[in-house]
Design a protein around this ligand. Sequence first.
Ligand code: ADP
Ligand code: TRP
Length: 332
Amino acid sequence: MTAPKRPRGVRVLSGIKASGTQHIGNYFGALRQHIELQEGNRGTYFIADYHSMTTITDARERREFVHAIALDYLGLGLDPATSILYRQSDLPETAELTWMLDSVTPKGLLDRAHAYKDAVATGAPVNMGLYNYPVLMAADILIHRADIVPVGEDNKQHVEMARDIAIKFNNVYGEVLTIPDAYILSEVAIVPGADGRKMSKAYDNTIEMFAADKRLRKQVMGVVTDSTPVEGPKDPEASNLYLLWKLFAKADEAAEMAARFRAGGLGYGEVKKDLLRRILEYFGPARERRGELARDPATVEDVLRDGARRARETALGLVEDCREAAGLGPPS
Ligand code: ADP
Ligand code: TRP
């Protein structure tokens, strides 16, 4: 698969929902690209605490997730001097824009949303927040006049909906909104979890890159393997342990390891220990930076506040343009 052409000189916008602890699936599937795309672009990243309300109801827990994601971003190299990092609820006008967009969004569009349909199919309770999730996400994107929205395949439909909604709004009220493009991170393979299913907070099968040493060790040693004896030949591509290990290896190392799997005589324990060592090495510098910031919560809060201040400088203008176009508020 060819990687999409790397965008330059554009407004990049993406966010992470504050609903859990980030894992290496989130890193390879989202965070890494967010950080890389700051280079040469105007990057705006936010922590979606409004979105987390569809599932998280504990106030303290939400704040902890928000703080942890801010630490993740900053530890991994988001540069708050050049990029913007803010907390979604520090830009409450996003919710006002959501209402304006809601009023031009056909209900049928939201009926077709995967996340909503999955919830209905499994009999999970559906609140209006879950149903309306794509419109809030459209507001996040459109409020910043974003050109490019890097997301995984799973969020592709949401960005397409944001495009549809923006086009609808412009048809009704005039050319106010910028039509965004998704930047699908499809060259990224789905990272398998410890149990071989997709790594996901929902499956309790994650490896958290910034977990405390003991916890991380437990997660890595807990990667499920088959019962082939040490001597037996093993199929590397069928092994989630190999697929995880490969994420932290160069191509020639991966080929060599694959050959060792096939030859037999390789114990899974050895591979797990090496995987742990590689994870610690790979995320070492980020872990150190993150650790320092964790001891200084006031600085992290300052970054978020300053990010929100800068985000508001342009976003409020967009909301005002929408209000004006829709005839809301006093006449100008
Ligand atoms: P989770 O399944 O852990 O709740 P989310 O659905 O919140 O993760 O996903 C957040 C971002 O991380 C999305 O952009 C998604 O594409 C990416 N992501 C999540 N899990 C994986 C995975 N196992 N492999 C690759 N990318 C992933
Ligand atoms: N839905 C995204 C996730 O699954 C989070 C998100 C909310 C987002 N609003 C967004 C991503 C706007 C990109 C653009 O984590």
